[in-house]
Write a protein that binds this ligand. Structure first.
Ligand SMILES: NC(=O)c1ccc[n+]([C@@H]2O[C@H](COP(=O)([O-])OP(=O)(O)OC[C@H]3O[C@@H](n4cnc5c(N)ncnc54)[C@H](OP(=O)(O)O)[C@@H]3O)[C@@H](O)[C@H]2O)c1
Length: 229
């Protein structure tokens, strides 16, 4: 069920591949989206691009662009969508703006050049690191196993489960609803301590794609009761 009024969704690093795909899908679903960037003009250009792509969709809302800090201030839900190497710096720069909010980590702690090998940080996951950087936010981990180019193609149906972990039940429920609102099958994957498993699976998927010369390997959990399609 859609929330009313719909929460403002801020996507920090929303100019990148994954953030832009999420912005497109949520804007098309009628959510107010703020695309964040280190450079306001990049955010505004990305917002114009998404607005043009959703203009023909009934009920869509054009996003707006802002600097990452202003975006975090504006968001009810703050999605951090930057490379792992930039996570801590980006998170520290906006920490005062996220207290009490639902925060979504999509970050996968890949370590170049061996990105197909699981190499998790000492905290157990990027999401756990983010929770430590934003102690007053309610961090939820999601979207680590979804291919950005599928999200960015509004006609693509996305054949995978989104595994959602977090310690705050209400925050997790909100993110599960945000997945459902854009047609993604999402599952409650338990506490934030489980996020490392999900982040690690992305390296497995990268390796499977390479070995099978594929692009969109995805994960499905079997033998669960599912709502009828
Ligand atoms: N791509 C995928 O298929 C995919 C799938 C699942 C999860 N993820 C995860 O999602 C996150 C974003 O992935 P992505 O592919 O969208 O990444 P990306 O395109 O490489 O970067 C996203 C944005 O982060 C900002 N950024 C880049 N370097 C930065 C730095 N040094 N300091 C601060 N900001 C920086 C940039 O925004 P500005 O320059 O505008 O500030 C950039 O547009 C990553 O953690 C990735 O592991 C990606």
């Amino acid at each position: 069920m859609l929330e009313s009024p719909r929460p403002v969704l801020a996507i920090l690093g929303g100019t990148g591949d994954l953030g832009l795909g999420l912005a497109l899908r949520w804007a098309a679903a009628g959510y107010p989206v703020v695309i964040g960037s280190r450079a306001v003009e990049r955010a505004e250009a990305a917002a114009r691009d998404v607005a043009a792509r959703v203009a023909h969709v009934a009920g869509a809302r054009p996003p707006r662009g802002a600097g990452n800090h202003a975006a975090a201030q504006a968001g009810d839900v703050v999605v951090l969508s930057v490379p792992y190497a930039a996570m801590a710096e980006t998170a520290r720069a906006v920490a005062d703006a996220v207290a009490g909010k639902v925060a979504v980590s999509v970050v996968v702690p890949l370590v170049s050049p061996r990105v197909a090998v699981v190499q998790l940080p000492a905290a157990g996951s990027a999401a756990a690191e983010l929770q430590a950087l934003w102690p007053d936010a309610r961090v939820v981990a999601a979207f680590q196993n979804v291919a950005a180019d599928l999200l960015a193609d509004p006609d693509a149906s996305i054949d995978c489960d989104v595994l959602v972990s977090g310690d705050d039940a209400a925050a997790k429920a909100r993110v599960l609803a945000l997945c459902a609102a854009i047609g993604l099958d999402a599952l409650d994957a338990g506490p934030l301590a489980n996020a490392g498993v999900v982040e690690g699976l992305t390296s497995l998927l990268i390796g499977l794609n390479r070995r099978h010369k594929a692009r969109h390997a995805g994960l499905r959990i079997t033998n669960l009761p599912r709502p009828a399609p």
